[in-house]
Design a protein around this ligand. Structure first.
Ligand SMILES: [Zn+2]
Ligand SMILES: [Zn+2]
Length: 289
């Protein structure tokens, strides 16, 4: 079983950005310009309760997107909705129940993403109770310092959820608002048949992607009781799973490009985290064993 397939092209995208259509500081045009110049293949404009239309910006695909927010006594829930068509987002209003909105996104053929679970103070019980949400932001640039506090990284929460049976696939996104350094940092590499809205949404639903800030996953393959991962040159290859301790979980070195990991007794899922020499990280999706 292969998680990445070298026969398919890979497209770089940011699934979460704000503009002056809600509380972002730049116009949609300026947001698109900055991501295009940084080499992105696709972008979603996801303003709060304001859907962004599908468009092309100098060859960069812009997906229809929106962000819905719900406020509860001890946490908030923000759901990014990527739609096949902006018209399909119609009908959702503030005050609606979060599950109604999630169901609406799925019924429209869209993709709901649990945004910044750590920033939102989400409990794993709450995340596990969401029906029809299979993707979460493992890293949200805007939720980290110096733009915000230290809760950009949701890995620990999502590992606890995974250990309790809910495997979220992992995207990384900027959630750009200020355009003061948080933009064009964390992204998702999607293996799709082509660069189109249906193909990108299909690949997201099928889990054919990984999250990154720089390092690349070339191949991830399960063969018997081993998992073989191939990467761009990195300084660290770490395996995360539901086991609290395994020997040699983290392997460090210079210019590592491969690791063969023997699956340990009791492991129900594993995922890889790789770190390059500049401290930039990439996160694979979890693999159910
Ligand atoms: Zn949000
Ligand atoms: Zn946002």
């Amino acid at each position: 079983m292969k998680q990445m397939d070298a026969s398919l092209p890979v497209f770089k995208g940011n699934t979460h950005a704000h503009t002056t259509n809600s509380d972002g500081r730049v116009s949609p045009e300026e947001c698109m310009r900055q991501y295009k110049e940084a080499g992105y293949d696709f972008l979603a404009l996801t303003d709060h309760w304001a859907v962004g239309e599908e468009t092309q910006y100098r060859g960069m695909l812009v997906l229809p997107g929106i962000e819905y927010d719900f406020t509860y006594p001890t946490q908030v829930l923000h759901i990014v909705g990527l739609y096949p068509d902006a018209k399909l987002a119609a009908g959702m209003q503030r005050g609606m129940d979060h599950q109604t909105v999630i169901d609406h996104i799925n019924q429209a053929g869209g993709v709901p993403i649990a945004a910044h679970p750590a920033w939102s103070l989400n409990t794993t019980e709450f995340l596990c109770s969401l029906r029809g949400v299979d993707i979460a932001e493992v890293y949200n640039t805007m939720s980290g310092e110096p733009f915000n506090g230290p809760r950009a990284d949701a890995e620990a929460i999502l590992d606890i959820a995974a250990s309790n049976g809910k495997l979220f696939n992992l995207v990384a996104a900027d959630d750009s608002h200020f355009y003061q350094g948080e933009q064009c940092v964390s992204y998702t590499m999607v293996q799709a048949e082509e660069l189109s809205v249906p193909a990108i949404l299909d690949a997201l639903k099928k889990g054919r992607f990984y999250a990154s800030q720089g390092p690349e996953f070339k191949s991830i393959e399960v063969k018997g009781d081993e998992v073989i991962v191939e990467t761009s040159p990195v300084n660290r290859i770490t395996v995360c799973s539901n086991r609290v301790w395994v020997k040699d979980r983290c392997v460090s070195g210079n210019g590592l490009t491969e690791r063969i990991y023997k699956i340990q007794p009791g492991e129900k899922y594993i995922r890889f985290r790789i770190t390059d020499g500049e401290g930039r990280i990439a996160w694979s999706n979890p693999i159910a064993l």
